[in-house]
Design a protein around this ligand. Structure first.
Ligand SMILES: *[C@@H]1O[C@H](CO)[C@@H](O)[C@H](O)[C@H]1NC(C)=O
Ligand SMILES: *[C@@H]1O[C@H](CO)[C@@H](O)[C@H](O)[C@H]1NC(C)=O
Length: 436
């Protein structure tokens, strides 16, 4: 099948299914506390790094002041361990009074004043994974209303301490309850991760109707090994997952750990690129107060973000797994553009991978190629062989514009356009043999 046929087929598939709350038409972006800050509640000994309102206002200040918000990173999301161990007299959840003295409503106002949004965490079950009060079936409506009263913008709904039958009732019921509050609240469901992530246990058609994003698989940890496990699972199961995703409903391979301790710069670029191919939510879990400039520039890479945020919302796929350890990924983008990603699973040295666009099923002539991380660009004829040098555990990522018209009229060249060489008929010879 030619790519355009695939694009059309999957495009039709997604139009019909997404949750109709108007939210997250592109994958949500922001910051989420869990991976970096876990359930650290020891504010006496570790005041800067404990789960407290100061942590969230600190991160909000960074998003607002360091150029993140303008790029789309707008959700600040609280994870587990924010709540008091007791509900209030009316049976409502309340924040831990020592660590959140001003309460969650003041925190969401703080976000809104800065053009940001607040996400909060709950758990479908008797307790959260960290042992805090959960949301059993009989508390779903009251908790949804509490979150709406606090003007929260997103709910991450975990699934510890509930069984399959309870989850089957609880996740759709929370979706209805959120809708009934009248406040648009993005809804992140951990449900599929508790059911093994695959059909027949997981009904992706239903998930897309009730959730804006869903965690399919295990939690990410601060290591390359963890990133690889997630990537392999998502692409090994890509046929199922691609069909589920689209505007308003996204597969969530979990947080970005770029800027933490476990990834090299190469691996950080790889995570960013692979998450862009997957149309994954981009929730960073890192310390924005101390992040290195290298990690920041990867996370703030505009071309990677625009690939991730492409309005068509089609999740990309792995198209080749070479014996050499090079894997090639492809994602169709709007305006007939696409992203190509070359990923090295090797551990020895930069590998010179030779191919051509035709071998990767690009068959309509001449393409403009922008390298996402080097910023270089070049034009490539479909049949021309080229070599990319891919570093160990690293990537080369390309944004590929729509093909040029095969035979443009002479006047279209009159302003010295970039296809002049093609007009002279020797573009293939003009392509440098190595392009990085
Ligand atoms: C190119 O398309 C053909 C025909 O649909 C398919 O068999 C092949 O796997 C594709 N190649 C790549 C690299 O995607
Ligand atoms: C509730 O659902 C209806 C029907 O799907 C939709 O039109 C409406 O926008 C939703 N409201 C909220 C607040 O999510």
């Amino acid at each position: 099948m030619h790519w355009t046929v695939l694009v059309l087929a999957s495009g039709l598939l997604v139009v019909t299914v997404a949750l109709d709350n108007g939210l997250m038409r592109t994958p949500p972006m922001g910051w989420l506390a869990w991976e970096r800050f876990r359930c650290n509640t020891d504010c006496e000994r570790d005041p800067k790094n404990c789960i407290s309102e100061n942590l969230f206002t600190d991160m909000a200040d960074r998003l607002a002041e360091d150029g993140w918000r303008e790029l789309g990173y707008v959700y600040i999301t609280i994870d587990d361990c924010w709540a008091s161990m007791q509900r209030d007299e009316q049976g409502r959840l309340q924040a831990d009074p020592k660590r959140f003295p001003r309460g969650i409503h003041r925190l969401s106002r703080y976000m809104h004043d800065r053009g940001l949004k607040l996400g909060i965490y709950g758990d479908m079950g008797t307790h959260t994974c960290g042992g805090y009060p959960g949301t059993p079936l009989d508390k779903i409506e009251v908790d949804a209303q509490t979150f709406a009263d606090w003007e929260v913008d997103m709910l991450k709904f975990d699934g510890c301490y509930s069984n399959t039958a309870e989850q089957e009732q609880g996740y759709p019921r929370m979706s209805k309850a959120l809708n009934a509050t009248g406040r648009p609240i993005g809804y992140s469901c951990s449900w599929p991760a508790y059911q093994g992530g695959l059909p027949p246990q997981v009904n992706y058609g239903l998930l897309a109707k009730i959730c804006n994003l869903w965690r399919n698989y295990a939690d990410i940890q601060d290591s390359w090994d963890s990133v690889l496990k997630i990537v392999d699972w998502f692409f090994d199961n890509q046929e199922v997952l691609i069909a589920a995703a689209g505007p308003g409903g996204w597969n969530d391979p979990d947080m970005l750990i770029i800027g933490d301790f476990g990834l090299s710069m190469e691996q950080s670029r790889s995570q960013m690129a692979l998450w862009a191919i997957m149309a994954a939510p981009l929730f960073m879990s890192n310390d924005l107060r101390t992040i290195s400039s290298g990690a920041r520039s990867i996370l703030q890479n505009k071309m990677a973000i625009s690939i991730n945020q492409d309005p068509l919302g089609l999740q990309g796929r792995r198209i080749l797994k070479e014996k050499s350890g090079i894997e090639v990924f492809w994602r169709p983008l709007s305006n007939d553009a696409s992203a190509l990603l070359f990923f090295s699973r090797r551990n020895d040295m930069p590998y010179r991978y030779q191919t051509s666009l035709s071998k990767l099923n690009y068959t309509t002539g001449i393409y403009k190629v922008n390298d996402v991380f080097s910023g270089k660009s070049v034009t490539l004829k479909d049949s021309s062989n080229f070599v990319v040098s891919v570093n160990p555990t690293g990537v080369v990522m390309w944004y590929i514009s729509a093909p040029a018209k095969p035979r443009p009229l002479p006047h279209q060249f009159s302003r010295g356009g970039r296809f002049e060489e093609f007009g002279r008929g020797d573009l293939a010879n003009a392509i440098p043999p190595v392009f990085l």
